[in-house]
Design a protein around this ligand. Sequence first.
Ligand SMILES: Cc1cc2nc3c(=O)[nH]c(=O)nc-3n(C[C@H](O)[C@H](O)[C@H](O)COP(=O)(O)OP(=O)(O)OC[C@H]3O[C@@H](n4cnc5c(N)ncnc54)[C@H](O)[C@@H]3O)c2cc1C
Length: 346
Amino acid sequence: MAGLQAMAQAGSGVRVAVVGAGVVGLTTATLIQEALPGASVTVIADKFGQETTSDGAAGIFRPGLQFRGDDEKLTRKWLADSYAYYKKLLEVKGTAETGVKKLSGYHFSNDYPNIVWNALLKPLLEEYRPCTEEELRAHGFKYGTFSATLLTECRSYLPYLTRMFTERGGKLLRHHLDSLEELVGHFDIVCNCSGFGAKELCSDITVTPIRGQIFKVKAPWIKNFYYVDYDMYILPGLEAVTLGGTRNFDSYNAKVDKHDSTAIWERCVQAVPSIKDAEVLREWVGWRPYRPFVRVEKENMSFPSGKTLKVVHNYGHGGYGVMTAPGTSMHAVKLMLEMLPRQSKL
Ligand SMILES: Cc1cc2nc3c(=O)[nH]c(=O)nc-3n(C[C@H](O)[C@H](O)[C@H](O)COP(=O)(O)OP(=O)(O)OC[C@H]3O[C@@H](n4cnc5c(N)ncnc54)[C@H](O)[C@@H]3O)c2cc1C
């Protein structure tokens, strides 16, 4: 608690806490600093950097059709804002500084002609076309699309966000919160970006893990991404290629499963045979923090003690939190500004 007190007292202006140091929390924290330059912003989390779920994500910009906010218009706005944010970041600062890169590749299927098209993605991309007969023959599939999108490598992007945040005076505090009530009195407003942690912190039973197991391999000759239906993917990042994967709904197994490893490896080698020569760097399991609707919402929380706290929630991004963090975080910051009294924004 002393840590919280010290953090909250340092600096002047409105005292803001962001709970969570994954991609959603750090994105929100930097956007708050831009919207409220006089604010004292503290990121509080029990896991940072490589300890977070965000670290293991491949980071491709390719939303599943089940990704959604409260309505379709809002969902599409989050996606468009996010894509524009990463595109601009890449143009202005480049891949080496941020970890954002261009990536193109294929989505194939032998069974479902429609599965290779993504209605949420199509309006955003400059290049999204059916595969040519030659491409389908070369890869041995009946249906396919080719598209050019972006990938954000969190091994580079989280350090980039952290640098930006701390250079602007932001503070980091490692602390496990048993309840958001611990923040009452120390902060004027809180943005809750706790990912799967929101299940406990908000008693939100709709937050569910979707277990994902992957390999990270060294295979620098892989230049394109590949999806086969949604069961197999090969996604080249900056240092490693991600081979996946599993999507186990409501599974709390955090360990690498050898049967999953065999299945992932065999599917990837079958689709792209040169993967057999890849060097395995690590295997990893993460829980996608799924919620039927991503929660970006204001709440005046009141606790049994009678204490109250202004909170904006920003969690439940499932398998799409890297790509959509900018859009939902812009929305969360807008809601925070609406909750603050006028004079505290000056
Ligand atoms: C195998 C796999 C592949 C993926 N691939 C992609 C992809 O290609 N593209 C994409 O966009 N997304 C992908 N994702 C999804 C992505 O990883 C998540 O949506 C994203 O990381 C969620 O970010 P977050 O900041 O909400 O959560 P996290 O990164 O989990 O961060 C949560 C933060 O909250 C903190 N916290 C939680 N509870 C508490 C508490 N009680 N007290 C203090 N701190 C707390 C934690 O310490 C942590 O800092 C993938 C996920 C997996 C598992």
